[in-house]
Design a protein around this ligand. Structure first.
Ligand SMILES: NC(=O)c1ccc[n+]([C@@H]2O[C@H](COP(=O)([O-])OP(=O)(O)OC[C@H]3O[C@@H](n4cnc5c(N)ncnc54)[C@H](OP(=O)(O)O)[C@@H]3O)[C@@H](O)[C@H]2O)c1
Length: 348
């Protein structure tokens, strides 16, 4: 168990150019300052690893400012309150939000932007579910599919279909009666997307014949695209758009310039970006719907689990390489205030 007087934190030392390399981040031991009034000490239990982390390491214009050099790497996770001088947080509370890539964080009640939220007690699911099927990736999928409004008889494409957002988005579109075609990297992932997640088809983006296979999977064109990746496949999809099609831009892991962008105009299509934290007012509604579907077994959900904070950079590299399925989490510590409560759905 981590000593509650010393923190270990991944600090950004250098902005990566292209792929991350050792030395871009440094794992630093540092003393924990005594709490002041209005602060609570939170021990990280589970850290969510996601593509946005790589964006925040760079300096491009994004939905949040870059992480500053020397700062703790930004990251979402779930933790437990181990000491408190806050009125609204007591020892034993399980909290979720921006805990950072570190073992402990100080939750200050003056930090008004992105405060940690206290989860229900008793916790109704494994800890990691609150950064997965009951957390921001699934809420992103829920809100994105709600924007696309897929109908029976329509075709929806979902990229990164085996990932945490895409896997849920495709299932939600299926539940609305649409035909859903996934895109994923490799035959095993594609089989999983069809056989386990229930998509109608899935195209392997690593197959050299992907353009022909994608066309074959889309005999009626594309009405909606839940876009998690961007890149040449999105460019190809633009040429398959139906009249009045809708594209939801959720992520751009494989971004490059779009040659066929004129098709948005020609097909009177709509392209819209989403940032899940812009819609906090809809999180309770989304969580209610997702929780009900998950509890009744209507939503399949996978995790890739990595142990230990020191593995976080390698975990991010494997996510960006497409080596993970479902939600990627790093387990940091066992909960002491709810002993025995499962950390993850899937054992590491
Ligand atoms: N807008 C929001 O509010 C919001 C919130 C959460 C996440 N996101 C975004 O949603 C997307 C999915 O996030 P996630 O956390 O669920 O990640 P994820 O899908 O679990 O992992 C990313 C996946 O992208 C695919 N990929 C990697 N490189 C690619 C490339 N060059 N071209 C095409 N695909 C590539 C890989 O899957 P395959 O190898 O199987 O294709 C990889 O597994 C990310 O872009 C993320 O930034 C957005």
């Amino acid at each position: 168990m981590a000593d509650a007087s010393v923190n270990r934190a991944w600090r950004l030392r250098r902005r990566p150019v292209g792929a991350m390399v050792p030395g871009d981040l440094e794992l630093v031991p540092e003393p924990i300052a005594p709490l002041e009034d209005g602060q609570a000490l939170v021990r990280t239990l589970v850290l969510s690893v996601e593509a946005a982390s790589r964006i925040w390491m760079g300096h491009q214009r994004a939905f949040m400012p870059p992480v500053g050099l020397g700062e703790v790497m930004r990251g979402v996770g779930v933790g437990e309150v181990v000491e408190s001088r806050r009125q609204d947080m007591k020892v034993g509370d399980i909290v979720a939000g921006f805990v950072g890539w570190q073992e402990f964080c100080c939750a200050d009640d003056q930090r008004l932007e992105a405060p940690l939220s206290v989860l229900p007690s008793p916790l109704p699911a494994p800890v990691s579910a609150f950064v997965g099927v009951l957390g921001h990736p699934a809420i992103t999928a829920y809100l994105g599919v709600d924007f696309l409004q897929p109908q029976p008889g329509q075709t929806v494409v979902v990229s990164a279909a085996a990932g945490s957002v895409g896997s849920i988005a495709g299932q939600l579109a299926k539940l609305r009666g649409a035909r859903v075609v996934g895109i994923a990297g490799g035959p095993a992932k594609c089989r999983h997307v069809v056989d386990d997640l229930g998509f109608d088809a899935c195209v392997d983006r690593k197959d050299p014949d992907w353009p022909a296979r994608l066309d074959a999977a889309l005999p009626d064109g594309v009405d909606s695209d839940f876009e998690n990746a961007g890149g040449p496949i999105l460019d190809h999809l633009l040429m398959r758009l139906n009249l009045n099609a809708t594209i939801l831009l959720c992520g751009e892991v494989g971004w490059h310039g779009l040659v066929n962008i004129d098709q948005i105009h020609m097909q009177r299509a709509t392209m819209r970006g989403i940032i899940v934290t812009d819609h906090l007012d809809r999180w309770p509604e989304a969580l209610g719907a997702l929780g009900a579907l998950w509890a009744t077994g209507q939503l399949k959900y996978d995790e890739t689990v990595v142990s230990r904070l020191d593995q976080a950079p390698a975990a991010l590299t494997s996510l960006l390489a497409g080596d993970t399925t479902g939600k990627l989490v790093v387990t940091i510590a066992e909960p002491t205030t709810i002993p025995g409560h499962p950390l993850t759905t899937t054992p590491p």
